[in-house]
Design a protein around this ligand. Structure first.
Ligand code: THU
Length: 131
């Protein structure tokens, strides 16, 4: 199954009764295994989690800490762009060159960017050196 198909499939399980904006994410880890996640909203709005966070949690729970490819999909006319927090979460486990594809179930439009393009100047552990 392609990364896009995996992201589109898990998106159908999203719990998004408040925004009605269902998102799916699929991450390929270093082993080649694909991990998926969907957004899970909560009536206490700030407690909701993004699709990317779910996929990352699944990857880490399975014992993997390196991701090599990401696909995020929603149903809006234009592709979905990962939120700021998710960009930082992805950067924790992926190198700057990791390709991130943003897509939509509405049409074939895809945006292609790398993690470093999505989060230039990312905060990392080097910034804490000597503090
Ligand atoms: N959302 C994601 O799951 N991933 C993104 O990259 C953007 C936003 C979710 C969070 C919330 O449940 C809904 O989309 C609307 O913001």
């Amino acid at each position: 199954m392609s990364l896009k198909a995996a992201a589109a499939a898990v998106r159908r399980n999203a719990h998004a009764p408040y925004s009605n904006f269902q998102v799916g994410a699929a991450i390929r880890a270093a082993s080649g295994t694909v991990y998926v996640g969907c957004n899970v909203e909560n009536v206490a709005y700030p407690e909701g989690t993004c699709a990317e966070a779910g996929a990352i949690a699944a990857m880490v729970a399975a014992g993997e800490t390196k991701l090599t490819e990401v696909y995020v999909i929603a149903g809006s006319p234009m592709p979905v762009s990962p939120c700021g927090g998710c960009r930082q979460k992805l950067a924790e486990f992926g190198a700057g060159e990791v390709p991130v594809t943003m897509g939509t179930t509405a049409n074939d439009t895809e945006w292609h960017m790398t993690l470093s393009e999505l989060l230039p100047g990312a905060f990392n552990k080097d910034h804490m050196d000597g503090a």
